[in-house]
Design a protein around this ligand. Structure first.
Ligand code: ADP
Ligand code: 5GP
Length: 199
């Protein structure tokens, strides 16, 4: 894998990781955050129902529709999007707070959010897309994860096709067939694109 950025572009300090639901984005980004304390996850706000294993403020800020709408009206979001029928957004406050602490924010967000952050932060954004090995493997992973209803799984699989089309716009694409190999690839990208350049 060869780096795609030329040496004169500004340092990409904000890392976006997108993937179709079930491709392994949460698994891989958690491994990454454990390995590099310099990276810190941006906690999004969502109208989706909390899953049993999720903690308010750690995985998401869970809010109702009216609260989310109020935040839109107050222009509090750097980006927000409707994904799988629910709303998800990144507040300006969280991005500014992470940058003020000198951290590299990591965003687990969808393709719409990725494009919006790219428009806002330009070359400071590093876009990484995680692919599943196949749609069949994606279905199996969503079923095995046991966190979504059959209807929600079908909805996520339908969205996967259009999400994958956006992957061409990303700086790097990783196929998560073998978890350790995909993680190695992700680490190499982060080391090269974020950490070495900040020295
Ligand atoms: P996402 O955050 O993209 O929705 P997750 O990280 O929750 O996906 O992964 C979906 C499921 O697939 C989880 O149960 C996870 O343990 C599993 N998984 C992740 N990567 C792999 C892999 N390379 N091979 C097999 N299973 C995987
Ligand atoms: P999930 O419901 O599985 O946690 O997430 C569903 C989708 O919403 C994923 O593609 C995830 O990346 C995306 N997502 C999570 N937070 C945000 C956000 O703040 N903004 C946008 N645009 N997408 C998000």
């Amino acid at each position: 894998m060869s780096p795609k950025r030329n040496q004169h572009t500004p340092l990409p300090r904000l890392v976006v990781i997108s993937a179709p639901s079930g491709a392994g984005k949460t698994t891989l980004s958690s491994m990454l955050l454990k390995e590099f304390p310099q990276l810190q996850r941006s906690v999004s706000t969502t109208t989706r129902t909390r899953r049993p294993n999720e903690i308010e403020g750690t995985h998401y800020h869970f809010v109702d529709d009216a609260t989310f709408q109020k935040k839109i009206n107050q222009n509090l979001f750097a980006e927000w999007a409707q994904v799988h029928g629910k709303r998800y957004g990144t507040t300006r406050a969280i991005v500014n707070s992470l940058l003020a602490q000198g951290k590299n924010p990591v965003f687990d967000i969808d393709v719409q959010g990725a494009m919006n952050l790219k428009a806002l932060y330009g070359d400071r954004i590093l876009l990484i897309f995680i692919h599943p090995p196949s749609i069949e493997a994606l279905r199996d992973r969503l079923i095995q994860r046991k966190e979504d209803s059959t209807e929600s799984i079908e909805n996520r699989l339908n969205n996967a096709y259009s999400e994958i089309q956006w992957s061409q716009k990303y700086d790097y694409q990783i196929i998560n067939d073998n978890l350790q190999r995909a993680f190695q690839e992700l680490k190499t990208i982060i080391q090269h694109e974020c950490l070495e350049r900040s020295k």
